[in-house]
Design a binder for this molecule. Structure first.
Ligand SMILES: Nc1ncnc2c1ncn2[C@@H]1O[C@H](COP(=O)(O)OP(=O)(O)OP(=O)(O)O)[C@@H](O)[C@H]1O
Ligand SMILES: CC(C)(CO)[C@@H](O)C(=O)NCCC(=O)O
Ligand SMILES: [K+]
Length: 249
């Protein structure tokens, strides 16, 4: 079995797949290394034969997690590394090593699935968009605050915006103009995300007409899904690219 890890800024997504047919055995989302080790240790049965990881965390944090995984499960961790070109995609950054690895892998995964021009919209702690042309040239992208950052900036820099997580969730039953602080903020931020997604699609249209695919991923993808019906929602898009960048046998 192979352990796959996507270490984002706020959460670690993990899953275990069969080495042979890539069927999914288990997985989860955790907010700490300790919780991750505990969840994997609680998996019933078989040994891990390999592990691949993408991380946008600092090198130190990533090394510590790799050491823990190697100690606890006796498995070598293969960490995806930046590349100028891979699987037909050419990195579009001036300095290819500066492009976030989550963005790079999502772009590889999307181009592989689309087999042509594509736009990736990834809504996590940050909201990201990346463009890959039909010939595999990565054209660059955009980074904005995602839902958690927009929310926390408002909470941090205003004195009268205060509410709990339960009321935040209830507020999103509709996107009509808010009648309370929590509704006004939560719905406003969702509309910002939707505007971000739609604007990226307009950019793609300006580049490619109608001849492109749109992929939507990241923990907050469901918040914009209805407003971009042309998008394919692929929660595991980064893992698709990770398997391409770190083949194991
Ligand atoms: N089961 C879940 N666990 C945690 N967060 C979730 C879950 N479902 C949806 N979310 C939402 O997903 C968002 C985080 O998305 P994601 O996990 O893609 O971010 P990340 O990978 O940590 O960030 P980034 O990719 O920008 O570094 C949060 O706003 C959170 O509310
Ligand atoms: C933008 C984030 C934080 C999103 O996870 C990540 O991709 C990252 O740290 N990127 C490095 C900066 C860049 O991509 O230009
Ligand atoms: K991520």
């Amino acid at each position: 079995m192979i352990l796959e890890l996507d270490c984002g800024n706020s959460f670690i997504k993990w899953r275990v797949i069969h080495a042979g047919d890539a069927t999914i055995v288990g997985g989860g989302i955790v907010d700490s290394d300790q919780a991750l080790l505990a969840q994997i240790a609680a998996l019933p049965g078989q040994r891990l034969s390999g592990c691949r990881m993408v991380s946008v965390r600092s090198e130190d944090e990533t090394d510590v997690l790799c050491a823990h995984l190697e100690q606890s499960f006796g498995v070598r961790v293969q960490v995806a590394q930046p590349a100028q070109e891979m699987a037909g995609v050419r990195n579009g950054y001036d300095d290819y090593q500066r492009l976030g690895m989550d963005r790079w892998l999502a772009a590889l995964g999307a181009y592989h699935l689309a087999k042509g021009a594509c736009l990736v919209i990834d809504l996590g702690t940050a909201a990201k968009a990346d463009f890959v042309a039909g010939d595999g040239q990565h054209l660059g992208g955009y980074i904005c605050p995602g839902m958690p950052l927009m929310r926390s900036q408002l909470r941090t820099h205003t004195r009268r915006i205060r509410y709990d997580d339960a009321s935040a969730e209830r507020a999103l039953s509709s996107l009509a103009p808010g009648h309370s602080t929590v509704e006004a903020v939560e719905r406003g931020c969702v509309l910002m995300l939707q505007g971000f997604a739609r604007t990226q699609i307009e950019q793609a249209r300006a580049l490619w007409g109608e001849a492109f695919s749109v992929f939507l991923t990241g923990g907050d993808a469901p918040l914009v899904q209805d407003s971009v019906p042309q998008a394919r929602v692929i929660p595991d898009l980064v893992f698709v690219g990770l398997a391409m960048a770190c083949p194991l046998d």
